[in-house]
Design a binder for this molecule. Structure first.
Ligand code: PEP
Ligand code: MG
Length: 324
């Protein structure tokens, strides 16, 4: 199988009936860069920037952040690199920061909320991102947006940072701007956000957690964490339809994107951009090359009409088993 993967590596990812799909990589640390290059990822769909903050004993400096971002942007010079601003809080705490104890950290001061409550910290990161955009391939993505105001506030700080860098004499390129959709309010109200952004990426890990109100870390409620639930799938479907109408790219970067059966469902629903751990790219690419888009569309359509997640799971798995 490994040698089969090698032979398809440089081909585009497409179904038998020539429906093209783009498989990008999720990365978080320096070592991931080579793995993503080796898998011939179509770019970076999600750069999780938390690691640099979690690994050091103090806030990383602008230059430390810049060096890493610039390295990633240069490594994928001809492809797009989506840098997600800090997604701290929830289960990820910084030891050097006296983060207040919260009763419900996943519903607390997390991700964009955290960045907006510490603008100077946010600006340092945005400066590093903007300075690293020398190849004009960087896209900036805000995590956990739940209201339009948050998006507008984040964009305002990005604008101010851009202007400040220009005044200082830096040659900066304005990046494309997008948001993660991982909170039900954003998923259901996506049309309000679309006029203000260039792309969205669906974070299914959190979207599932928040839709079914089931902590993604809590095993006792793991049975409610339902990627195959038709309610989730129809929410995703309706986002795809709305973003397509606006001509905006929609990708998925949660675990569902790299899960073979679930990613086929997403493709059937109309997703053309998936971002996953690099070590999953070739196996997904191979499986996709065995399918037809026509069949995936039909399966997705049927799935939306089913009542229970186990029925959807059986439907897609039966299809996969029948593939040659
Ligand atoms: C997600 O929520 O799906 C996601 C990709 O973000 P993270 O897993 O980093 O919360
Ligand atoms: Mg998330």
């Amino acid at each position: 199988l490994q040698s089969t993967y090698e032979t398809i590596k440089d081909l585009k990812t497409a179904t038998i009936d020539n429906h093209e799909v783009h498989l990008a990589a999720n990365i978080g640390v320096d070592l991931d860069i080579q793995e993503a290059l080796d898998a011939n990822a179509s770019g970076i769909g999600l750069l999780r920037t938390e690691n640099q903050y979690l690994e050091s004993d103090d806030f990383p400096t602008e230059d430390e952040l810049f060096i890493f971002y610039e390295k990633v942007a240069t490594s994928f010079e001809t492809n797009e690199v989506t840098i997600r601003t800090l997604d701290i809080g929830g289960d990820k705490n910084l030891s050097y920061l006296n983060m207040r104890k919260e009763l419900n950290p996943f519903l607390g001061n997390r991700a964009i909320r955290y960045s907006l409550s510490y603008p100077s910290l946010f600006k340092t990161q945005l400066r590093a991102i903007l300075r690293a955009n020398t190849h004009q391939n960087i896209k900036v993505m805000f995590p956990m947006i739940s209201t339009l105001k948050e998006l507008m506030d984040a964009k305002k700080i990005l604008d101010e940072t851009y202007q400040a860098l220009k005044i200082e004499g830096h040659e900066v390129n304005y990046p494309k701007i997008g948001m993660m959709v991982e909170v039900p309010s954003a998923a259901l109200g996506i049309e309000k956000f679309l006029p203000h952004i260039d792309f969205i990426s669906i974070g299914t890990n959190d979207l599932i957690q928040y839709m079914f109100a089931a902590d993604r870390m809590n095993e006792r409620v793991a049975y409610l964490y339902q990627p195959y639930n038709p309610i989730l799938l129809s929410t995703i479907k309706s986002m795809i339809d709305k973003t397509n109408k606006h001509g905006i790219i929609v990708s998925v970067c949660g675990e569902m994107a790299g899960h073979k059966a679930q990613s086929l469902l997403l493709i059937g629903l109309g997703i053309k951009h998936l971002s996953m751990h690099a070590n999953l790219i070739l196996e997904n690419k191979y499986l996709i090359s065995k399918t037809t888009y026509k069949a995936l569309e039909e399966i997705a359509e049927k799935a939306l009409l089913l009542d229970h997640p186990y029925e959807v799971e059986a439907l897609i798995n039966t299809y996969i088993k029948g593939l040659k």
